[in-house]
Design a protein around this ligand. Structure first.
Ligand code: ATP
Ligand code: MG
Length: 245
């Protein structure tokens, strides 16, 4: 078996004195897409932040590419190849799309940055159409795509996406899901939190369900999609069963 790209061992993480995610373990195969499912407040964003390094880790280990990273600062994890697109809106609303993309690649040499920008614009052609528009004037969904593109410029090996399709039209959601598939096909391991559980499960290899900060269920996306409890709670209860294998 190939070594996992990311392994989480008995992780407890949260904020200040408050643990939110408890005793959480999983392993993500390289190049796979894993969807993280759970109700509001289940701890999904908290888990992504713990992997990226922006909240408190109480116990446990996070191993990325064979290295323990749970004590490293976010910038060090970024350098190792972990990219995080947080939930919500863009960072530089007054700057144009082009300027934002330059910011996304600020750590790269000029030539590399040009290549990186070309690469992400190819992935998200919308960015070229909105090239000179201030990022704050983009729709919520377009801002989400811009943020994802900026992180992709750093060429991460692990991409953490928190609700990338939130607020997007169905057509745009499909574009985001298709892009995630292409990103993973290029070898990037993806961990994605999605409110569109149905859409995310279709593109995912694996799924993890969280409840009250703990792992409730984990398995191949198809199996999770067919689980009666998941269908009832997250898929409207009446979705057609899909064939396994
Ligand atoms: N900075 C913080 N300080 C203290 N508690 C926090 C902080 N951020 C989040 N929490 C709490 O942690 C719990 C889990 O929040 P989290 O954002 O991880 O949930 P989530 O699963 O991402 O939910 P949603 O689907 O609504 O985004 C919530 O009870 C929340 O109030
Ligand atoms: Mg969240």
């Amino acid at each position: 078996m190939t070594a996992p790209a990311l392994e989480i061992m008995e992780l407890t993480a949260g904020y200040g004195e408050v643990p939110i995610v408890r005793d959480f373990s999983t392993a993500l195969p390289p190049g796979s897409i894993t969807t993280l499912i759970g109700g509001n407040g289940a701890g999904k964003s908290t888990l992504l932040r713990a992997i990226y390094g922006t909240n408190r880790i109480f116990a446990g280990h996070i191993v990325f590419d064979g290295e323990e990273i749970e004590r490293l600062a976010p910038w060090a994890r970024l350098e190792l190849g972990i990219g995080f697109v947080p939930q919500g809106r863009c960072n530089f609303p007054l700057m144009s799309v082009a300027e934002n993309l330059k910011m996304g690649g600020y750590s790269l040499a000029a030539g590399e940055r040009r290549e990186a920008i070309e690469r992400v614009v190819e992935t998200f052609p919308m960015l070229r159409q909105k090239w000179s528009v201030p990022a704050g004037n983009l729709s919520g969904g377009e801002q989400q795509i811009l943020e994802t593109a900026m992180v992709l410029e750093t060429d991460p090996a692990l991409l953490l996406l928190d609700e990338p399709s939130l607020g997007l039209s169905p057509k745009m959601q499909n574009e985001v899901f298709a892009a995630v598939r292409r990103i993973a096909a290029s070898g990037v391991t993806v961990l994605i939190v999605e409110q569109n559980v149905h859409g995310a499960l279709i593109i995912s290899d694996r799924a993890i369900v969280m409840e009250l900060g703990r792992k409730f269920l984990e398995g191949p996306a198809v199996a999770v999609r067919n689980d009666p409890r998941i269908r009832e709670a997250y898929l409207g209860g009446n979705i057609k069963e899909v064939a396994t294998g």
